[in-house]
Write a protein of this length. Structure first.
Length: 297
């Protein structure tokens, strides 16, 4: 067969060849991929379930009432009973200090001060029925007297005479009046007042006896029976029409102090000289038996 002649090569322009060679020699810069932002997921903390007890406590706290408001710590209420006892003790100590010198000293306590102290003391009277109380029984010393009974009038006159009497050459009192005492017993006449008088070297004790009868829980009736002197055993009875009777109000009574007032409110103050035979625990209560009480037959 016939042999075909080869195709003639087409010529490439030199400028094209040079351009291709330059593109091949230039380095190709890599293209950085655009960053892809992924969402950040925050970790969730796992919480443990609350115990049932805590829930029950919360419910109890919600249902329980709110606590009362706290009191001011700077203000404290004192116990009333102790305060009452302190007031009574203070009043009694003040009264004893005011009238401690007694009747025989001739001292004259301030009546206004005594009256003011008595008002505070009588408000704290611990004995419910003083006129029928066995605490009345015993020996009492007069510290203060403002009543108008015949015995007290005679005593006051005697004290005035004593203060006005001249002194003896030795300087001693010509007339000396000792303390006045009241003894209350279970048998009538229940009350006996006594005072010892000395004239120079001569001594004599004068007594005044009277009946005491309870008319109420706080009121006594006093009827004078007789006056007696140790000198020659002289006894002068109080008989009609010179019989004297008066009402007394027992405004305060305890183991050591007695305050009585007459119908006009004038007080007499007495202090116990002997020990109390009746139990002090019976203060403020009615006695179980009134055989030894004033007015008992």
């Amino acid at each position: 067969g016939a042999v075909r002649a080869p195709m003639p090569l087409r010529s490439v322009p030199a400028a094209r060849v040079a351009h291709l060679v330059m593109e091949a020699e230039e380095p190709v810069e890599p293209v950085e991929p655009e960053p892809v932002f992924e969402p950040v997921v925050e970790p969730v903390a796992e919480t443990a379930p609350e115990p049932v007890e805590d829930a029950a406590e919360e419910v109890a706290e919600e249902e329980s009432p709110p606590p009362p408001p706290m009191a001011d710590a700077s203000f404290e209420m004192p116990p009333l009973e102790e305060e009452a006892v302190d007031e009574g003790t203070i009043a009694k100590d003040a009264l004893k200090a005011e009238v401690s010198q007694g009747l025989s000293s001739g001292a004259s306590p301030d009546r206004a001060v005594v009256g003011e102290i008595l008002l505070a003391l009588e408000a704290q009277n611990p004995t419910r029925s003083p006129a029928t109380s066995p605490l009345l029984n015993g020996k009492w010393k007069f510290l203060y007297a403002s009543g108008v009974s015949p015995g007290l009038k005679a005593l006051q006159k005697l004290l005035r005479v004593t203060r006005a009497a001249p002194k003896s050459p030795s300087g001693a009192d010509v007339v000396d009046v000792q303390d006045t005492y009241l003894t209350i017993s279970a048998d009538q006449p229940r009350a006996v007042s006594s005072v010892q008088v000395r004239l120079l070297s001569f001594e004599n004790t004068v007594k005044l006896a009277s009946r005491l009868e309870a008319e109420s829980a706080v009121r006594l009736s006093e009827t004078y029976e007789y006056t007696e002197s140790d000198y020659m055993s002289l006894k002068l009875p109080f008989q009609s029409p010179v019989e004297y009777k008066r009402s007394l109000l027992v405004s305060y009574l305890d183991e050591e102090l007695l305050v009585v007032r007459d119908a006009s409110g004038r007080p007499d103050i007495l202090m116990r000289c002997d020990e109390v035979e009746w139990a002090a625990s019976s203060l403020g209560t009615e006695p179980a038996s009134d055989d030894s009480a004033p007015g008992a037959s």
